[in-house]
Design a protein around this ligand. Structure first.
Ligand SMILES: [Zn+2]
Length: 261
């Protein structure tokens, strides 16, 4: 107990720094899933009212998400308590509708993994009805980064997350957006994962789980790493695992004619 107290893991009232999962989720949802000041991921849970040293419980109303920069600034006195309180009342992510994270992408085409399948050198990984749902473009200028873009929708056509020129954005309208290490998970509802993604910079992007819809077309990556696509009526169109796509202009393509069966 003495060691924990002196190392700051337990405060003077015996409160542990460990925040229960349900309270963490409530804090994430109140904050729109990113730093209340700037909207960035990753984040820390920051007790501000009262500060952790004075807290007797983990009250979600008194905890906010702060990114690494804003968290460090708050603890060094470079970000005022008044600013944190103001941001807690009007979280940046709720004002703008999303939290964001800048993907570190190199100048060479990144390897994209969907479950157990690998995509190398494919400018378009998934295209449906002419729309590039997951794509990579060459650097805008020599020495610059390749540019990943993506859009993800749920079955009602509501966006869940997107990647715009390497900026990953998780929409605040989701049920939950959670980060653990370099892994990001977007939940449409309890136990319903829209996307679980890992970034291994600078040359690999891994999508472990996916459930994406677009105009009736559905593509999913399951726990076993299989990719399954579905017709609008729910029947399986095709299923694959451990496939390698190299240097195709477009890897997975869906056209209206595919439904004419
Ligand atoms: Zn921040």
């Amino acid at each position: 107990m003495r060691t924990s107290y002196s190392s700051g893991q337990i405060n003077r009232y015996g409160l542990s720094r460990h925040i229960p999962a349900a309270i963490k989720r409530e804090v994430r949802r109140r904050c729109g899933f990113g730093c209340v000041v700037c909207g960035a991921l990753p984040y820390y849970y920051h007790h501000f009212d009262p500060p952790f040293e004075e807290a007797r419980e983990h009250d979600p109303e008194g905890i906010v998400l702060l990114c690494g920069n804003c968290h460090a600034a708050a603890h060094k006195g470079l970000l005022s308590d008044a600013m944190v309180r103001r941001a807690a009342r009007s979280p940046r992510c709720l004002e703008h509708g999303f939290c964001y994270f800048r993907l570190d992408v190199g100048e060479h085409f990144p390897v994209i993994r969907l479950g157990s399948s690998t995509f190398i050198g494919n400018p378009t990984v998934i295209r449906a009805f002419g729309k590039r749902l997951l794509a990579v473009d060459e650097p805008e200028e020599a020495g610059g980064p390749c540019r990943i873009s993506a859009v993800f929708y749920d079955r009602e056509g509501v966006g869940t997350c997107r990647i715009i020129c390497n900026e990953w954005q998780g929409l605040s309208s989701n049920w939950d957006v959670e980060r653990k290490g370099n892994e990001f998970t977007v939940w449409r509802a309890n136990r319903e994962i829209a996307l679980r993604m890992r970034s291994n910079p600078p040359h690999e992007l891994v999508i472990d789980r996916l459930d994406m819809f677009y105009k009736g077309f559905r593509i999913a990556v399951d726990l076993d790493g299989r990719i399954t696509t579905y017709y609008p009526d729910g029947r399986v169109w095709f299923r694959m695992e451990s496939c390698l796509f190299m240097n195709n202009e477009a890897a997975i393509v869906v056209e209206p004619t595919h439904w004419a069966v």
